[in-house]
Design a protein around this ligand. Structure first.
Ligand code: ADP
Ligand code: ASP
Ligand code: MG
Length: 406
């Protein structure tokens, strides 16, 4: 007998029939003698619809009310899942974030979990009652509802697995594991039997939506046995493990992409001390995160261009901040471009292999794709290209790094 956490994503609870299908999986685990905590997302599309309602009501919205609205999707599925389990003869009860309580900080819209109380859940799980937990939501120190950022139910599941000392955390989704790249873009993508925490962390933070970045971080730090698998079939999934558990190490193990970035270029800023600070200081004050940055040396020794990327959702705010500070920064022109995609190749093997970047640049060049910005770190290389090349670039790179399925 073991204690386990099972998480079902939006497509896995998209309608009443799918909730029943997920409930049947839960029942199987209960009948096998396990204590089960279930974490559910909102029905597919529900969160997007709720976000849309907020946007249509208030452009510069109050984040506390955003959370009050968008957290509601998970309440519906938690109740329905508990009801379905009861109908199947399985003892079950729904739990909202505040009822657990799942305590977070006060950063509404992307709150971090601080503590999970287990006094309520522990005895009930031990008694064989299934706890059905609304993912994505928590409660702030002031008692208000918070949400954990898009994709946050993954993080609820892993954090709960750590708090409840569960033996494993199974993330049921609409693909049967983690692939070398998004299988919806590259049909030759290969399923990985195992992926290291480090690589999964990079894949997630560089755009692979299959797991929320924070959930991978928590799994790594708390030693949670994390698995991604399909809620629609019984194939084995992908295990996220420590690096030393990977036997056959590839130089590049995956390719991720993100359409969530936008590019800003400040034309002809002064090439003098303090300019970067005058640009990025006000952006930081406005809580705009900057990702990739390039600045070249001024060819005339006086003025240069500065290019960087921000989240697409922050673009409007970033431009407003920069225009307000135009006199202090002294740039000639501001160019914004939201039609870009960041494509990244990831692999721990890069630490010990040369030429990985060159393969990327050559492959994109051969397809006539211009690289607008480049950034690298120990185990990844990212390039920014025009969004229209997303599929072409990823497919070509997938082949170039020998990742295609046979
Ligand atoms: P859920 O609603 O179950 O949380 P998500 O849509 O958040 O599901 O995540 C699953 C999706 O992640 C898949 O449908 C797939 O398109 C996408 N994805 C992106 N990169 C990968 C990858 N490397 N491996 C598997 N899926 C990926
Ligand atoms: N429903 C939330 C979202 O769509 C959380 C999740 O599904 O993980 O972002
Ligand atoms: Mg998700």
């Amino acid at each position: 007998m073991a204690r386990i956490v099972m998480k079902f994503g939006g497509t896995s609870v998209a309608d009443i029939e799918r909730i029943a299908n997920a409930a049947a999986r839960v029942k199987r685990e209960v009948e096998a003698g396990n204590e089960v905590a279930v974490v559910v997302s909102a029905m597919a599309g529900a969160t997007n619809q709720l976000v849309g309602y907020v946007d249509q009501t208030s452009r510069m919205y109050d984040a506390r009310e955003y959370d009050a609205v968008v957290a509601s999707g998970e309440q519906v599925t938690a109740g329905l899942m508990a009801l379905r389990l009861q109908e199947m003869g399985v003892a079950a009860r729904s739990w909202l974030g505040w009822q657990i309580p799942l305590k977070t900080d006060e950063v509404h819209g992307k709150a971090r979990i601080e503590e999970i109380g287990t006094d309520n859940l522990d005895p009930r799980l031990s008694n064989g009652e299934v706890a059905v937990i609304a993912g994505f939501q928590g409660v702030s120190p002031r008692g208000r509802i918070t949400t954990l950022g898009r994709g946050g139910s993954d993080t609820t599941a892993v954090a709960l697995a750590a708090a409840l000392k569960a033996e494993r955390c199974d993330i049921y989704t609409d693909v049967d594991g983690v692939y070398t790249t998004d299988p919806r873009i590259v049909s030759k993508a290969r399923k990985l039997a195992r992926i290291s925490h480090e690589e999964m962390l990079e894949m997630a933070s560089l755009g692979a939506k299959v797991l929320q970045t924070r959930s991978v971080e928590l799994a790594m730090n708390h030693g949670v046995r994390l698995q991604v698998l399909s809620s629609f079939d019984d194939k084995p999934g992908t295990l996220v493990v420590d690096e030393d558990e990977i036997v056959e190490q590839q130089v590049v193990s995956g390719i991720a992409y993100s359409r969530d970035e936008a590019k800003v270029t400040l034309v002809k800023v002064a090439d003098k001390p303090g300019v970067a600070a005058s640009v990025f200081g006000p952006l930081a004050d406005a809580a705009v995160n900057v990702d990739m940055i390039v600045q070249s040396v001024a060819s005339d020794g006086v003025r240069t261009d500065m290019t960087f990327t921000v989240a697409k959702t922050d673009l409007e705010r970033a431009v407003a901040v920069l225009e307000k500070n135009r006199a202090a920064i002294e740039y000639e022109q501001l160019i914004q471009d939201a039609d870009v995609v960041k494509i990244s190749v990831i692999g721990v093997g890069m630490r010990s292999h040369a030429g990985v970047a060159q393969t990327m640049f050559r492959t994109l060049a051969d397809k006539g794709i211009n690289i607008q910005v480049i950034s690298t770190s120990e185990i990844k290389i990212s390039t920014l290209v025009a969004e229209e090349y997303t599929e072409l670039a990823i497919r070509a790179l997938h082949t170039a790094y020998g990742l295609d399925a046979a």
